[in-house]
Design a protein around this ligand. Structure first.
Ligand SMILES: [Zn+2]
Length: 127
């Protein structure tokens, strides 16, 4: 909710002259909307970020009951990437919930913080 996705695209543009339409993005395994319930503070922060990008946060944070919402972070991040100018066909997503797949992934929320870490490796290539 701090706007890391838009900021990453802006930095790639500024520092390396990247064109958003040329970028590829991968949304790795993360907790999915099936398992991620959040409170009003997260939803309000998402709404604030979404407004700056012309997005509707409610699409990614449906309310479940008073004071509780489901969070589709992979979907929200995809929408943010699209709002920054990435092409849909260049955004991939694992579609895997790290909380549901305990044999494959660590999950901070599922394991109440007693967990390992996941890592990703990236590289910039010339044209
Ligand atoms: Zn799940």
């Amino acid at each position: 909710m701090a706007g890391i996705v838009p900021e990453a695209v802006r930095k790639l543009k500024r520092r390396f002259g990247s064109e958003p339409a040329d970028l590829y993005a991968a949304v790795g395994p993360s907790i999915g909307p099936c398992c991620y319930q959040v409170g009003e503070d997260v939803v309000r922060a998402a709404e604030k970020l979404a407004r700056t990008k012309g997005l509707q946060a409610a699409s990614f944070f449906p309310q479940q009951e008073p004071g509780k919402w489901r969070a589709d972070l992979p979907g929200f991040n995809r929408a943010l990437l699209l709002s920054e100018g990435l092409k849909p066909e260049r955004i991939s997503s694992s579609g895997l919930c790290s909380s549901c797949h305990s044999s494959l992934f660590f999950s901070h929320r599922r394991d109440a913080g007693k967990t390992g870490r996941m890592a990703a490796i990236f590289c910039l290539t010339g044209r």
